[in-house]
Ligand binder design. Structure first.
Ligand SMILES: Nc1ncnc2c1ncn2[C@@H]1O[C@H](COP(=O)(O)OP(=O)(O)OP(=O)(O)O)[C@@H](O)[C@H]1O
Ligand SMILES: [Mg+2]
Length: 388
């Protein structure tokens, strides 16, 4: 009986009680508690509890809305979201800056949904994808016959976004001629269609984004300084993923769930070694790259687990070099770090110490040395047995 087992081990019970108190009132605390309970009850229960946690996480993320959810809004993007809320109501132009894949479009949408224009249109124009000769007509529209091929009157993006938000993505790619016209709209809110005489007025909120150094572009003469002052009224810089490692576990869980949904597989969560690997990778492609690594890991794991190391192209012995404490910046003492490192390896090897798939091999240690370290640090190998 499970309860007898608990009674037999009063040390574990004390630890559980302490954990229960600690977890009360925190949203993710219940997962920690369940995990500890699973460990105390033995391998079968542990497996069951792990499944339960995965389902719960899946449910939580689903409830939050898979596509609209901004993961890390309370953590690595806390300051960004505070800025978004502040500026959204002000109706001022916003310039979102950040490396590729940091979530500039996600944040641009958030500016819109937090603003009084939330019920209006949100239109995105990729300035880098329109041929230069068509930019004027795309942005401001054209009258019939104004140029060869203009068979009908066409409304431009500014007109279509009336009452809403126009997101000018990759604004740094806008040719100088289009920059002049854009400046005019921003200055007096009016423009003419190409080939048109009439001045049109629209009520559009401008959000722009770029991964280029626009200041440098201004210095080089590729971006007008007067336009820069107009669009950069309220810049929001997005930190690269490598500077917000604390968001990686939640982002990985989010993308794992999205991948599972798409692939029709059960969702699997990253374990401690996976998270350490993810934390150690430099992420030049930021969140977008993480999403694709997790999707690859889900495909490779085929619903049984997330094959993060393989998806990253890391071999298991290399994986051992990555210290799990990277995934947990709150740990301080060296002993704690070593304990976590060993526990992560044991968890990865389902509690096996010896043999080709054992934790000793992974950690490049003699099994006797590992056992004596485990004794010294109070790590029980049996806790990790019974994975899938
Ligand atoms: N905080 C986040 N929470 C959830 N998903 C995110 C988050 N940040 C980015 N993503 C996802 O990552 C991908 C890339 O984000 P996005 O397109 O906004 O990046 P970007 O900065 O505009 O990139 P680029 O400069 O290449 O255009 C998208 O699929 C987006 O949904
Ligand atoms: Mg983008």
């Amino acid at each position: 009986m499970a309860s007898d087992e608990i009674k037999q081990n009063s040390g574990d019970m004390k630890a559980l009680e302490a954990l229960a108190v600690q977890c009360t009132g925190s949203d993710s605390g219940i997962e920690d508690f369940l995990a500890e309970l699973g460990n105390t009850l033995g391998p079968g229960a542990r497996q069951l509890v792990m499944r339960l946690i995965e389902e719960r996480t899946a449910f939580r993320i689903k409830r939050a809305g898979l596509n609209e959810a901004i993961v890390g809004a309370e953590e690595g993007l806390r300051e960004v979201m505070a800025a978004v809320r502040q500026v959204a109501r002000a109706d001022a132009p916003v310039l979102i800056l950040g490396e590729t894949g940091t979530g500039k479009e996600v944040v641009a949408r958030a500016v819109h949904t937090h603003s009084r224009r939330a019920n209006g249109a949100f239109l995105r124009v990729n300035c880098g994808a329109i041929p230069p000769e068509l930019i004027d007509s795309e942005l401001f529209g054209h009258e019939r016959g104004s140029f060869t091929g203009a068979v009908g009157t066409r409304k431009g993006w500014f007109e279509r976004a009336d009452g809403g938000t126009l997101f000018l993505d990759e604004i740094g790619e806008l040719p100088l001629a289009a920059q002049v016209r854009l400046l005019r709209v921003l200055q007096d809110g009016s423009f003419q269609r190409v080939g048109g005489e009439r001045s049109l007025n629209v009520d559009v909120r401008l959000v722009a984004a770029t991964n280029r150094d626009l200041r440098q572009a201004v210095r080089d003469g590729g971006f007008r300084e007067d336009l820069w002052f107009r669009v950069a009224v309220f810049p929001i810089p997005l930190p690269p993923l490598r500077e917000r490692l604390q968001d990686i576990p939640a982002l990985a869980a989010h993308f794992s769930l999205r991948a599972a949904d798409r692939l029709g597989l059960p969702p699997r969560m990253p374990d401690a070694v996976d998270l350490a690997l993810l934390a150690a990778y430099p992420w030049p492609g930021n969140v977008r790259e993480l999403a694709s690594v997790i999707e690859r890991a889900a495909i490779l794991g085929d619903g049984r687990r997330l094959e993060v190391a393989r998806a990253l192209g890391v071999s298991p012995p290399l994986a051992a070099l990555v210290s799990p404490q990277l995934a947990n910046p709150t740990s301080t003492s060296l002993e704690d770090s070593i304990r976590q490192h060993i526990e992560a390896a044991l968890s990865h090897c389902h509690g096996r110490v010896e043999g080709p798939f054992g934790a000793a091999k992974l950690l490049d240690l003699n099994p006797h040395t590992l056992r004596s370290k485990m004794r010294k640090l109070g790590v029980a190998g049996k806790r990790f047995r019974g994975g899938d």
